[in-house]
Design a protein around this ligand. Structure first.
Ligand code: NDP
Ligand code: 8X3
Length: 251
């Protein structure tokens, strides 16, 4: 029987690439995001290969999360794989200059949103004594960099939640994978710089960044590992990167 994956942040970047990669291996998809038009386009594309439904909610709003998940049709209630991917950086500022609205967006989305979605799905995974949760952290969750205190804090929280989930849920047959990418060229930097595409482009100049598909391939590797294997933690850099801000650029 085909498995079902629930992917947050599937309208762009890593989440979208993961939806495509899962469709290639025959997984049915519940794709989530705030941009309804994009969800519908992706649904149309991937429905040629697998069954796809869309859920349109903001992960920061627990009521919306619970309403969307509880409203799933009966045949979509058994989730085999949850990809907690939705998230972004907002701003790149010193702690003294940071914008409170940016802080709220990062803590509420990257941390509380991941918790809300997980809580709404974990009890059924426990009931079925099976499941796999993949949390998308970041190199920012491993090492803090200047002007990134709050984004790094949000991803350090993801690291702690991954560890805690593994400690609490392994006994229920649920696997937890934490994936920490370095620089991936997606809409991430456009969002971080509040829509400034020129500034975003510069982040990836002079080296070959990861593409969303590189991370999707790692996610497929983790979720298709044999039943007795848990891929617990992966740190994935582009070849030119050696630390959060140590990137060897040409010129
Ligand atoms: P993108 O900006 O391309 O994608 C972010 C996705 O998250 C979008 O689909 C967006 O959908 C969704 N999202 C963001 N906020 C919310 C929200 N409040 N509610 C619902 N959905 C939301 O960036 P990436 O693909 O790069 O980012 C995916 C994950 O990877 C993030 O957690 C990011 O922190 C992490 N990451 C990224 C790295 C990079 O260099 N790109 C490196 C390390 C980690 P929509 O706007 O439609 O709601
Ligand atoms: C995204 C990578 O280095 O911009 O999490 O924090 S970084």
């Amino acid at each position: 029987m085909s498995k079902t994956a629930f992917i947050t942040g599937a309208t762009s970047g890593i989440g979208w690439a993961t939806a495509q990669a899962f469709a290639e291996i025959g997984m049915n998809l519940i794709i989530c995001g705030r941009r309804k038009d994009r969800l519908e386009e992706i649904q149309k594309e991937l429905s040629k290969k697998v069954k796809v439904i869309t859920l349109n909610f903001d992960v920061r709003n627990n009521q919306e999360v619970v309403h969307a998940i509880h409203g799933l049709p009966a045949e979509w209630k058994k989730i085999d794989v949850l990809i907690n991917n939705a998230g972004n950086a907002h701003g790149l500022s010193s702690i003294q200059d940071g914008d409170v609205a940016d802080w709220d967006a990062m803590i509420d989305g990257n941390v509380k949103g991941l918790l809300y979605v997980s809580k709404a799905l974990i009890s059924d995974m426990i009931k079925h004594k099976a499941g796999h949760i993949v949390n998308i952290s970041s190199i920012a969750g491993k090492e803090t960099y200047a002007n990134g205190a709050v984004y790094c804090a949000s991803k350090k929280a993801v690291e702690a939640i991954s560890e805690g989930m593994r400690l609490d849920l392994t006994q229920h047959g649920i696997k937890i994978t934490n994936i920490a990418p370095g620089a991936v060229e997606t809409e991430f930097s456009v969002v971080r710089f509040h829509g400034d595409r020129e500034k975003a482009k510069k982040v990836y100049e002079g080296f070959e960044p990861l593409q969303a598909k590189d991370i999707a391939d790692a996610i497929v590797y983790a979720v298709t590992a044999p039943a007795h294997v848990t891929i617990a933690d992966l740190l994935i850099y582009p070849a030119a990167q050696a630390g959060p801000t140590t990137i060897y650029r040409k010129n």
